[in-house]
Design a binder for this molecule. Structure first.
Ligand code: PHE
Ligand code: ZN
Length: 872
């Protein structure tokens, strides 16, 4: 297959020369030869003689008709069809033939298990027929699906069902009509034999909406939680933003083969089964949380993405940043705002900071793209959401709502830009956001340096903020940004507390506060009010004070995080792990013994930052020092606090599983205790004379926790603790899980991910084994990610082995997968891209692997773009 390596630029955007107003599609389904007839009504835009350029590839063209007359005068290139000398208005009929059975890229029309399914975002529709495959062409879609009704009882597409007939040849023909004009990336078709879970929802204005979930046979009950989540999301969007659903039916289909999390096709969401299916035996508390949030996300797209869509793909954050922000607000409203925020911060501080510091750095609105699929990134999504959140912070809840109302009033039914969004926010609030817009143009993570001075005589307190952004790989400018900085001043005796919202707009600014008592402490960047790296010199005692006393839970957690990163930094400098200070251990003791309240938050306070978070704080990542130090800290905690951890574990009551916040807290805190306790008996630490006794007690605790569990969360807690500590009891328990539940693909994935996190060299043998199981398939992204993403992300010890074996394994898998599924390959390769951040020996090892990938014949654009940028 020949690939053109054509870079597309935002600056080159031109409005479409023609518009397609409606399209009628007919699919005659067949695994190897599906025929698609597309009849479009098209008109020229303005006075010009430009040809009509239609995108399309990967199918066979069977015929073209212009106003019902066969057309032979056209040019066909690898990826386009060019039609010249067209009338101003016409009907175009195109017949194509596709091979869904051989479509392993999972874009366009493909088979997932036994079901047909489409994925059109970003540019998958062009694999179905020739079309103007760009989001600013909005058409009304009618879809007819013809298939054997026995094998495929459910024939689904966007909009409302308008006809269902039995044909003379025994086939069924089902027709759908979607009245809302939409870009083709929102088109979907699904055909299969599913279990159906049905319910209904009545909107605030009285529209009754049928809700239908389609899942693999036997899984109906596993969709109940997702369905309930959907109803909560529908209600929340009405209450929070006054947005109602607009069709008579809302369908969600769960498929096992899917490149991403889920897809917001109009009225017919397609989900990765892992974000729909849940019961206590198969899903963890984290899975339940994710399901609710992603169900919300896709639902919220109906307004932010579908009703108002993107003008071009450079504007992706228009819908994704905003919709992530909306799903975060929804999750916060359904549970704990603090915990949701902590979650979001972890994503930014690991993956997003890494992206900004690496070769793929790009602004939330990228300016050039080779392969659009490479820009569904944490920057566009999660940093994009932070940029929306800052607007929310600057305008306040009511001001933000005014901006949203104006946005929909202006742009409903249109394809618009990020600028249009900011303009609506600005106009609705009579604010000037011109400087704020730099957030859309500049890549990179700003550093925010803080210094303070207290003048007791004048009773004043001065805080000086300074911002700086290092150059990034994309070369985008680095001008001062608008940084909303939430601040709390607290006096040591707690008699004084003031909260402020500072807005830093210059490179450096001082803020003076009057009538401030002596001895105040400043909590800077509460709620992580801007996505920056905070640099402040602050003593352990002051951080412990903040951790205990800040009003904002996020700031309390953050103070603990900073304590640990400071200790890691000291260890890196000293070239050996430092001893954990007594005052910090005392804080741990107190938290472990405190009343049973807010347990999930307590568990967050007691958790060490992960390797990835710590790594992002160093330009050159000291891999071995960080890993050794983390290991030492875990073991110090474990051996110093064995009794307290055991007591804490034991006083937490267990109840029959429910996904409910008190219980989630209990499970999380117990899991944390087990994680540390397992370290106390890991082969390397036993030192005290009562070690043998402790060892038996702890082993038994772990085993009982697994054996008595009535749910996956608790089972996984034992397994994670045991694998991480390299305990012998891990293997028999893992085998138990596999034998009892390993037939279920989602459990198989969990089992595989646990196996590959074993921090010893034996993991390579385990991986060879896993890929030979009948449940494993190289063509299924969930299976591949469960092994190889999990390995590269959750097993830093082995992935970063000094002999390069980890890098070599990942690179070889990426090279192999690229032939079948380029999108998946390009995602898997990510951890290798930042090779310049490691020591020289590792740099060489990774560079060599990337070089081999770059030279691989037939390399996809997806992989080429990333590897080439990384090596340049
Ligand atoms: N638009 C989807 C979402 O964020 C993600 C997605 C992108 C899915 C591309 C498939 C392909 O909700
Ligand atoms: Zn989305």
């Amino acid at each position: 297959m020949s690939q053109s390596r054509q870079i597309k630029r935002l600056a080159d955007y031109q409005a479409p020369a023609f518009l397609t107003h409606s399209i009628e599609l007919e699919f005659v389904l067949d695994p190897a030869a599906t025929q698609v007839t597309a009849i479009s009504k098209i008109s020229r835009q303005g006075a010009h003689q430009l040809p009509l350029m239609l995108d399309g590839h990967g199918f066979e063209l069977l015929g073209i008709w212009l106003n019902n007359v066969p057309l032979t005068d056209y040019q066909q290139t690898d990826e386009q069809l060019v039609l010249s000398q067209l009338p101003d208005e016409f009907e175009l009929k195109i017949v194509t033939q596709l091979n869904p059975a051989e479509n392993t890229a999972l874009e366009g029309l493909y088979l997932s298990g036994g079901a047909y399914c489409t994925q059109c975002e970003a540019e998958g529709f062009r694999r179905i027929t020739y079309y103007q495959d760009r989001p600013d062409v909005l058409a009304v879609f009618t879809t007819h699906i013809i298939a054997d009704g026995k094998s495929y009882p459910h024939l689904l597409s966007n909009g409302n069902l308008i006809a269902d007939t039995l044909l003379a040849n025994g086939q069924r023909r089902v027709s759908w009509f979607d009245p809302f004009p939409k870009p083709c990336y929102l088109f979907a078709l699904v055909a299969g034999d599913f279990d159906e879970l049905t319910d209904s929802y009545t909107t605030g204005s009285g529209r009754e909406v049928a809700l239908k979930f389609y899942v693999d046979k036997g899984n109906q009950q596993r969709a109940v939680f997702a369905l309930e989540s959907l109803k909560r999301a529908m209600l929340w969007d009405e209450q929070e933003f006054g947005l109602e659903y607009d069709l008579d039916i809302y369908m969600v289909v769960a498929v096992d083969f899917f490149n991403m999390g889920a897809m917001e096709n109009k009225g017919l969401n397609v989900f990765n089964s892992k974000y729909v299916l849940a019961n206590p035996q198969t899903a963890t508390d984290v899975d339940y949380f994710n399901i609710e949030s992603i169900i919300g996300h896709e639902y919220f797209h109906n307004w932010t993405g579908n009703r108002v869509t993107c003008r071009d793909w450079f504007q992706l954050s228009l819908k994704e940043g905003l919709t992530v922000f909306r799903d975060q607000q929804f999750s916060a409203a359904m549970g704990s705002p603090t915990l949701c925020r902590i979650d979001a911060i972890k994503t930014i501080r690991t993956a997003q900071f890494a992206e900004d510091a690496g070769p793929m750095a790009h602004p939330i609105r990228p300016e050039q793209v080779l392969e659009m699929n490479n820009f569904y990134t944490v920057t566009v999504y999660d940093k994009g959401a932070e940029v929306i959140r800052m607007q929310h912070t600057l305008l306040g809840q009511a001001g933000f709502r005014r901006g949203m109302d104006l946005y929909f009033q202006r742009f409903d039914g249109k394809a618009v830009t990020c600028d249009d969004f900011v303009q609506a926010m600005q106009d609705a609030n009579e604010r000037d956001f011109s400087q704020f817009r730099r957030w859309y143009q500049q890549a990179g993570t700003p550093q925010l340096r803080v210094t303070s001075a207290q003048d007791d005589a004048l009773a004043s307190f001065t805080l000086t903020l300074q911002q700086h952004t290092d150059a990034t790989a994309d070369g985008s400018p680095k001008l001062p940004l608008v940084l909303p900085v939430r601040l709390e001043l607290i006096s040591l005796d707690l008699s004084y507390r003031q909260q402020h919202l500072l807005v830093l707009t210059e490179e450096r600014q001082s803020f003076v506060f009057e009538q401030v008592p002596a001895n105040v402490r400043a909590v800077v960047l509460a709620d992580f009010s801007a996505p920056v790296k905070l640099l402040q010199q602050i003593s352990l005692d002051d951080l412990l004070f903040i951790a205990a006393n800040a009003s904002d839970g996020v700031a309390r957690w953050d103070a603990m995080q900073q304590i640990w990163s400071d200790l890691v930094r000291q260890s890196v400098v000293a070239a050996h792990p430092v001893l954990i200070p007594a005052s910090l251990l005392a804080m741990f003791r107190q938290l472990l013994d405190q009343p049973l309240d807010d347990l999930e938050f307590t568990a967050e306070l007691l958790a060490l930052p992960g390797f990835d978070t710590l790594a992002e704080q160093y330009p050159q990542i000291p891999v071995d020092s960080i890993l050794d130090t983390l290991q030492s800290f875990r073991q110090q905690i474990a051996s110093q606090l064995t009794a307290e951890l055991t007591r804490c574990y034991q006083r937490l009551p267990r109840q029959p599983y429910q996904y409910q916040s008190m219980q989630v807290g209990i499970r999380k805190l117990q899991s944390l205790c087990l994680g540390y306790l397992a370290q106390a008996i890991s082969a390397t630490v036993i030192s005290q004379k009562n070690a043998a006794a402790d060892s038996d007690v702890i082993t038994q605790l772990l085993q009982q926790h697994y054996l008595q569990a009535d749910n996956m969360t608790d089972r996984q807690a034992t397994l994670t603790a045991a694998v991480q500590a390299g305990l012998d009891l891990a293997q028999p328990l893992l085998l138990d899980l596999l034998e009892k539940d390993g037939h279920d693909p989602l459990i198989f994935d969990k089992w595989a991910s646990l196996q590959v996190s074993l921090p010893t060299e034996k993991v390579f043998e385990l991986i060879e084994n896993i890929v030979n199981y009948p449940q494993f398939s190289w063509n299924n992204p969930n299976r591949v990610r469960a092994v190889f993403s999990a390995f590269s992300h959750y097993n830093p010890q082995q992935f970063h082995r000094a002999d390069g074996r980890g890098y070599q394994l990942l690179a070889s898998i990426v090279g192999k997968i690229d032939h079948s599924n380029p999108q998946l390959a390009a995602r898997l390769v990510t951890p290798l891209l930042s090779w310049k951040r490691y020591d020289e020996a590792r740099q060489l090892l990774i560079q060599q692997q990337l070089g081999q990938l770059r030279d691989q014949p037939g390399l996809s654009n997806d992989l080429f773009e990333k590897v080439a940028r990384s090596l340049s």
